[in-house]
Design a protein around this ligand. Structure first.
Ligand code: ADP
Ligand code: ZN
Ligand code: ZN
Length: 751
């Protein structure tokens, strides 16, 4: 029997396919997962192509060990997506394809388990009518099991066991009574005939759409082919309701279609999932799966397989979900599309929003980008009519209007508090007291965690710094430590200055911990809750805290950007903003865009169920950014900012890429960048690209590594791409013995 050559993608930064032999009788297909020998190891890879010949001599070609036949191959469209991402972001295919697969599927010894037969139980029509009445009233665990069966439609054996230790015995008894139907199914099968997913006709407590929502929905429902929509809706305008109806329409009309819903933060997935599950009926729980980095490995692999085999109809996830395999993808929704969390900041530095748009175009399907503060890139596409703009100008809840925004001028002495109140102004404190008196919730947004951003010596000016990075250590009073927010290094709080021995050390600036402490002094009767990366470190703790807010167990919520996004806090009527000015003077041209979005999102948490007020403390109340905020004027802000960008030829009027170098010494990093720059100048097309001088990164040293970067810019994306491609191979050829790492980042968002 003859062999064929199988060309396999393995996880490797080297941009090549690896050739193996495979018996023709095994009928390998492109897109299939395989296990192959690699040196002394065994690796999982993906068959990318079949060939008759290999450059490698017959005798040295090794054989494929396992071909995973139970798992359908990755489709041609998915492979094209991976190829595009590798190409566009200047990475090897193996750095895209394998990381896109769940870790446990990259371990061939687990494959069998994922496709083993599953036992599934569901209620029969008789069971629906008779079972509840037949149960003894005091048997609560039994009742829970019965309720779960009814609500979920079906239960797997393991899910049932989690509800009742004797579940399988009970289910068998109920089966004998004719109340329960028992099936075994191979979990790898495609979507069943009778799988349905639709707006729940009974539980449907759907509000009547506002006029604007109805218009938007109609446009989305009518779309066919590649149709990008910008759903530009003010905070609280009910964008989620529009998403839900669009999903329901699509999935009901097409019994195999799949939809992808992206949200920027893990913390937003439970809220969305609960909302979708409450309003949709699904004949299996697997019809809606979530995909994000917070899932346990097994869960993630199961969710990924459900998407890949078409069993999942809705995939709700964070940025990594944009690379999920969805063979029947028919609609994409990107909520809060402007959010920078959609940008992956390591390895394959992709923008999930941009890849989503590419996917929609490739598959010729509609995509909805939702935001109250669209990214300027997106806004410009809408202005140029590349995207259809759907606008929601009012809040959806009839009584809710956009909050009144007031600027508190901190340069006026009478606005400041006499005692040390962590920078809280008098008007804001008064407003907090007033809410407290009438039992309403307040939220204070301070985008800085820890107690104080630095600790300094009052005698000589020494500031405690990280031993590994060029950064100051952040004082964390509650954890009794000084912490580096760049590398995680921590140490005890020093008692004396390391330079002069003086014991008079003082915190510089303020973080959320300090605000929490001072506020507790000032308002002892208030229940205060802090939500930031420190208070939510344990898995699930963020959800517990958000639930406490929703249940009204909190008077004042203090938090970083974690609380500013997307959450539908029904009881918050006051939002205070501290220490926002700092971003007005950033070196990063996107800083004001981000600040505007952040503050508008934060203020959007106020008054979602009725009246609301936003107080922003600033020393620059006349700044156009704040003036636009007071008017809720995104359009004006976008227009002015785009005009500035156009004048300076900055994105979206140009395209950028960065070359970053990391080395033990800054000199070595600069050397490498200088050689890279000379190589660039010799490339065809280099005249279409502006090359800036190499500069050290703002935080130049992290973990003892010195970092520098070189910026390229062009008014043509195509010209930039072709230069980057040629440049890459030159860079690989440069001898870089002093440089630890280098990487190209396309469309960087932060500098
Ligand atoms: P957004 O995502 O646009 O900020 P949400 O989708 O969170 O807004 O909706 C804000 C609130 O309005 C939610 O509490 C939602 O239940 C409610 N809502 C949405 N649509 C309607 C409607 N048509 N009628 C009444 N309430 C609505
Ligand atoms: Zn000192
Ligand atoms: Zn550090």
């Amino acid at each position: 029997m003859s062999d064929i050559i199988v060309r396999v993608v393995l996880e490797s930064p080297v941009p090549v396919l690896f050739d193996y032999r495979c018996a023709a009788s095994m009928e390998p297909l492109p897109g299939q997962l395989v296990r192959v020998p690699f040196g002394k190891r065994h690796l999982v890879g993906v068959v990318w192509a079949l060939a008759q010949h290999s450059e490698i001599p017959q005798g040295r070609l090794r054989k494929i060990e396992v071909l995973w036949n139970e798992c359908p191959p990755l489709t041609e469209q998915w492979r094209a997506l991976a190829t595009f991402a590798a190409d566009y972001y200047q990475r090897a295919l193996g750095e895209v394809v394998l990381p896109a697969l769940p870790q446990s599927l990259r371990d061939a010894s687990r494959w069998r388990r994922f496709f083993a037969a599953q036992h599934i139980y569901r209620l029969s029509p008789a069971g629906i009518n008779e079972l509840p009445a037949a149960l003894p009233s005091q048997a609560s665990a039994m009742r829970r099991l019965a309720t779960a069966l009814r609500e979920a439609g079906e239960l797997t054996a393991s899910a049932a066991r989690a509800l009742h230790p004797q579940a399988i015995k009970l289910l068998n008894t109920w089966q004998h009574a004719g109340w329960v139907i028992h099936q075994t199914s191979a979990a790898g099968q495609g979507s069943g005939e009778n799988s349905t997913l639709a707006i729940d006709p009974i539980l449907n407590t759907a509000p009547e759409l506002t006029k604007e929502q109805a218009i938007a929905l109609k446009a989305i429902n009518a779309a066919s082919g590649f149709t990008p929509f910008l759903l530009h809706g003010v905070t609280g305008s009910g964008k989620t309701e529009v998403y839900l109806r669009a999903l329901a329409t699509l999935l009901a009309s097409n019994p195999s279609a799949q939809a992808l819903v992206l949200v920027p933060e893990i913390n937003l997935t439970p809220q969305f999932e609960a909302f979708f599950r409450a309003r949709l009926t699904a004949s299996t729980t697997e019809m809606l799966v979530t995909l994000h980095s917070g899932l346990a490995e097994g869960e993630r692999a199961r969710a990924w397989l459900a998407a890949h085999t078409g069993r999942a109809r809705i995939v709700l996830g964070t940025r990594l979900a944009v690379l999920a395999s969805l063979p029947q993808l028919a609609l994409i929704i990107v909520d809060e599309e402007h959010d920078t969390a959609y940008k992956q900041q390591e390895k394959l530095r992709y923008s999930a929003r941009d890849l989503a748009i590419w996917r929609a175009k490739q598959l010729n399907i509609p995509i909805v980008l939702g935001s109250a503060t669209p990214a300027l890139e997106t806004w410009r596409h809408a202005q140029l009519k590349h995207y259809t703009c759907l606008t929601l100008t009012h809040r959806a809840v009839a009584e809710a209007v956009l909050p009144a925004t007031r600027l508190i001028d901190m340069s006026i002495p009478k606005h400041r508090n006499d005692g040390d109140l962590a920078g809280l102004s008098k008007p804001l404190l008064d407003a907090l007291r007033a809410r407290l008196a009438c039992g309403e919730q307040s939220l204070i947004f301070l985008n800085r965690r820890g107690y104080a951003p630095a600790l300094a010596c009052n005698a000589c000016g020494w500031v405690a710094g990280c031993i590994r990075c060029s950064t100051y250590l952040v004082l964390h009073k509650q954890e009794r430590s000084m912490r580096c927010h760049h590398c995680g290094w921590h140490t005890r709080i020093p008692h004396a200055c390391a330079e002069c021995g003086n014991v008079d050390l003082a915190p510089l600036g303020r973080g959320t911990q300090q605000l929490e402490e001072r506020l507790a002094h000032a308002l002892p009767e208030a229940k205060i809750l802090r939500i930031d990366a420190d208070s939510t470190r344990r898995k699930g703790s963020a959800q517990t805290l958000f639930a406490a807010v929703a249940a009204g167990e909190v008077d004042i919520l203090i938090g970083t950007q974690m609380i500013a996004k997307g959450h539908d806090f029904q009881r918050v009527t006051l939002v205070g903003v501290l220490n926002a000015d700092i971003a007005l003077f950033s070196h990063d041209f996107r800083a004001t865009e981000r600040l505007f979005a952040q503050l508008l999102q934060a203020s959007g948490r106020a008054g979602r169920a009725g009246h609301g007020e936003v107080l922003i403390q600033t020393r620059y109340p006349q700044h156009p950014l704040y003036q636009a905020l007071v008017r809720h004027d995104y359009v004006g802000f976008a227009k002015a900012t785009l005009a500035e960008r156009q004048q300076a030829r900055l994105p979206p009027f140009s395209y950028q890429a960065l070359l970053r170098a990391e080395a033990r010494t800054l000199e070595a990093a600069f050397n490498f960048l200088a050689r890279a720059a000379s190589a660039l100048d010799t490339l065809p097309g280099a005249e279409h690209v502006t090359r800036y001088e190499p500069v050290p990164m703002i935080v130049v040293k992290v973990m003892h590594v010195q970092r520098a970067q070189l910026l390229l810019e062009s008014t043509s994306r195509i010209a930039l791409q072709s230069v980057l491609r040629a440049w890459q191979s030159h860079l690989h050829a440069l001898k870089i013995k002093d440089v630890l790492r280098w990487s190209i980042e396309v469309d960087p968002l932060e500098f």
